[in-house]
Unconditional design. Structure first.
Length: 573
C-alpha cells in the first residue's frame, strides 16, 4: 500500500470526484426499487394515474442522473488509472537502472519483465476498478440492506443471514487464494525467464539442434503455470456459483415469507417486489465484491513484488569528491568473493599500481578472476577486504557515476541496440562530432561501417543480429574511444578478430595521445605482450607481475600459457 500512498496525492482530486460519482450512481440505483414500490402501492393498487406518473418521473430522473454519474466516473477512471500505470512503470524502470549489481543478480530479468508488465497492469486494473465499480458494490450492498430493512424488518432478517454466510465464505476464499496467487506469479516468472533465455540463445540452440529439449523445458514450465493457475482460480470459481445459490435460496425465502406476511396484512405487494429487486442487487453486489477480493488478492501479491524492486538497494555511493580522475589505479592486497556465491575467493591478495596512461594486461585461465577486477573498478561490486584506489583515493570515496564516467568498458560480448549505426556508435557520447566518429572508426579498423546499406545512418537489428561478432566488437571499441575517458578496460575486446586485425587495433588504441590508463583482460599472450606489464592470475591468486620477458623467466603459469599457445615454443617472441 506504500505505492498507493506515494502516488495518491497526484490524483487525489480526480480520484475523489470519481468516488463521489460512484457513490451517487449507487444511490440512484438504490432509489429505483423504492420508487417502483410506490408505483405499485400508491398508483397501480389504488388505480391512481397521477401517482404512477409522479413516481415514474422520479424513477426516470434517478436513472438519468445515474447514467450521467456512470459516464463521468468511467472517463475519470480510465484517465487516472492509465496515468497511474504509466508513472509506476516509469519509476519502476528508473529504479531498475539504479539497482546495485547484487540486487540485479537477485531479481532475475524474466521476473523484472513480469513485474514491469503483468504486475503493473494488475495494479492499474485495481485502480481503474476502484474508481468504477469496487466502491459501488459495497455501497449498493449496504444500501440494499438498509432500504430493505426500512421496508420490512421482518423480511430483512433473511438478508442478514444471507450476508453473514456470504461474508464467511469470502473470508475463507481470500485465505485460500492469496498464497496460491503468489505461486502463480512465481510460475509466470519462471516461464518468462525460460522464453528470455531461449530468445537470447536462439542461435546456439539451433546450432546444437536442441529445439526439442528446449520445447520440453518450456512445456514443463508451461504445465506448471497452468496447474498453478487452475489451483489459484479454483476457490474463486467455486465461490461464485455457491453465492448465487445462497442468494437464490434467500430470494425464495423472501417470496415465501413475504406471501405469508401479505396474507396477514403485515406487508404489501410493492414492498415484496422491491425486496426481490434489492435481493437481486445484493446478489450482483456480492458477486462483484467476490471479484473485488479476487483482484485485491492478486494485486496485493503484485504490489509486494513491485515493492521488492522499489526497496532493493541502489548503487551504494553517491558521494561526489569534485575531483578530476586522472587514471592512476592501485590494488593493495585486494580480496573479493561474490555475494551469495560459493564463498570461494574470486580475487585473493592482488597488488599492483598503474600510473595514468600506463597499460596492464591481465591474463590467466578461465575463472581466474580477470573480469572480476573490471567489475570492481566499475563499482559493480564493493571491495570488502584490501584496498582499491583511484588517484590515491579509496574507490568507495567516489560516487558510482563519477567512477563510471571516468572508465570505458569494451566487453567481450558487446550489446547493440535497435537503431542506426551512428546511434550505436555514440551511445555513450551523444555529443561526439563527425570528425571524432571518423577518427574512432579508423582506430578500430571499422571501415566496413561505411559499406552497410545507409552507411552510418543504416539500421542495426536488435542485439546486432545483422552483424558478425568481430563487427560488433569493433563498434564497442568505437564507443569506448568516443567517450574519451582516462581509464579504458578491454575485456577480451578483440577475441572475435583475426590476429592481424586484433594487433592493428591494439596498437592503434595504445598509441593514442593522450593515452588512457589501459587494462587489457585477455587469454592471449599475443595480446598481453602489447601492454607494458602483465598480471598473471590463476584461481584468483596473483601468480606473477612483470614484462613478458620477466614472466617467461620466472612465472611457471605464464610459461605454460605461452608454450600452449605457441605450439611448445619457448623464449621471447
Amino acid at each position: 500500500m506504500d505505492i498507493f500512498r506515494r502516488y495518491f496525492p497526484t490524483y487525489r482530486t480526480q480520484f475523489l470526484v470519481a468516488v463521489l460519482c460512484v457513490a451517487l450512481e449507487a444511490v440512484c440505483d438504490l432509489l429505483c426499487p423504492t420508487f417502483m414500490a410506490r408505483i405499485i402501492d400508491y398508483g397501480i393498487q389504488q388505480q391512481s394515474l397521477p401517482e404512477v406518473w409522479h413516481w415514474g418521473r422520479l424513477m426516470l430522473l434517478a436513472t438519468a442522473f445515474g447514467a450521467i454519474f456512470a459516464t463521468l466516473r468511467n472517463v475519470l477512471a480510465g484517465k487516472v488509472s492509465q496515468s497511474f500505470g504509466a508513472d509506476l512503470r516509469h519509476d519502476l524502470f528508473k529504479k531498475t537502472l539504479s539497482l546495485s549489481t547484487e540486487s540485479a543478480d537477485h531479481i532475475q530479468p524474466g521476473s523484472l519483465i513480469t513485474r514491469m508488465t503483468g504486475d503493473v497492469t494488475q495494479v492499474t486494473q485495481m485502480v481503474n476498478g476502484t474508481m468504477r465499480v469496487f466502491i459501488k458494490a459495497p455501497v449498493t450492498c449496504l444500501g440494499s440492506i438498509i432500504l430493505a430493512t426500512l421496508l420490512s424488518w421482518r423480511l430483512s432478517l433473511i438478508i442478514y443471514a444471507v450476508v453473514a454466510l456470504v461474508t464467511f465464505l469470502i473470508i475463507q476464499c481470500m485465505r485460500t487464494s492469496y498464497p496460491r496467487f503468489r505461486l502463480l506469479q512465481q510460475a509466470m516468472d519462471h516461464l518468462n525467464t525460460r522464453v528470455e533465455e531461449y530468445l537470447l540463445g536462439i542461435r546456439l540452440v539451433k546450432a546444437f539442434g536442441t529445439e526439442k529439449e528446449e520445447q520440453r523445458k518450456f512445456g514443463t514450465d508451461n504445465d506448471a503455470l497452468r496447474t498453478t493457475a487452475v489451483q489459484a482460480q479454483r476457490p474463486v470459481t467455486l465461490l461464485s456459483p455457491l453465492l448465487t445459490l445462497i442468494v437464490g435460496l434467500g430470494t425464495v425465502l423472501v417470496l415465501f415469507w413475504g406471501s405469508r406476511l401479505f396474507s396477514l396484512s403485515m406487508t404489501n405487494a410493492g414492498d415484496i417486489s422491491a425486496f426481490t429487486i434489492y435481493m437481486a442487487q445484493m446478489l450482483s453486489s456480492l458477486l462483484m465484491i467476490t471479484n473485488i477480493f479476487n483482484i485485491f488478492v492478486r494485486t496485493k501479491a503484485s504490489l509486494e513484488r513491485i515493492d521488492e524492486v522499489m526497496q532493493a538497494p541502489d548503487d551504494v555511493s553517491t558521494i561526489h569528491m569534485g575531483k578530476v580522475i586522472h587514471g592512476a589505479i592501485t590494488c593493495n592486497h585486494l580480496d573479493f568473493s561474490y555475494p551469495e556465491g560459493s564463498g570461494t575467493m574470486a580475487l585473493d591478495d592482488i597488488t599492483f599500481h598503474l600510473e595514468p596512461g600506463a597499460s596492464l594486461a591481465v591474463i590467466g585461465p578461465t575463472g581466474s578472476g580477470k573480469s572480476t577486477l573490471a567489475w570492481l573498478l566499475l563499482r559493480m561490486y564493493e571491495v570488502k577486504d584490501g584496498m582499491l584506489q583511484l588517484d590515491g583515493n579509496p574507490i568507495s570515496a567516489y560516487g558510482t557515476d563519477e567512477v563510471r564516467h571516468a572508465i570505458s568498458l569494451v566487453p567481450q560480448k558487446p550489446s547493440l541496440f535497435t537503431g542506426t549505426v551512428r546511434e550505436n556508435l555514440t551511445w555513450g557520447a551523444p555529443q561526439a562530432t563527425d570528425d571524432a566518429v571518423k577518427d574512432a572508426i579508423d582506430i578500430a579498423d571499422a571501415a566496413f561501417l561505411y559499406d552497410i546499406p545507409g552507411g552510418l545512418e543504416g539500421r542495426i537489428d536488435a542485439g546486432g543480429a545483422n552483424l558478425s561478432g568481430g563487427q560488433k566488437q569493433r563498434i564497442a571499441i568505437i564507443r569506448a574511444i568516443l567517450r574519451n575517458t582516462p581509464i579504458l578496460i578491454l575485456d577480451d575486446a578483440t577475441s572475435a578478430l583475426d590476429a592481424l586485425t586484433a594487433t592493428r587495433v591494439q596498437q592503434a588504441l595504445l598509441s593514442r595521445s593522450p593515452r588512457p590508463t589501459t587494462l587489457l583482460i585477455t587469454q592471449r599472450c599475443s595480446t598481453a605482450i602489447s601492454a607494458e606489464r602483465i598480471l598473471v592470475l590463476e584461481n584468483g591468486k596473483q601468480m606473477g607481475l612483470g614484462s613478458h620477458a620477466q614472466l617467461l623467466a620466472s612465472c611457471p603459469v605464464y610459461q605454460d600459457i605461452w608454450q600452449t599457445q605457441n605450439g611448445g615454443l619457448y623464449g621471447d617472441r
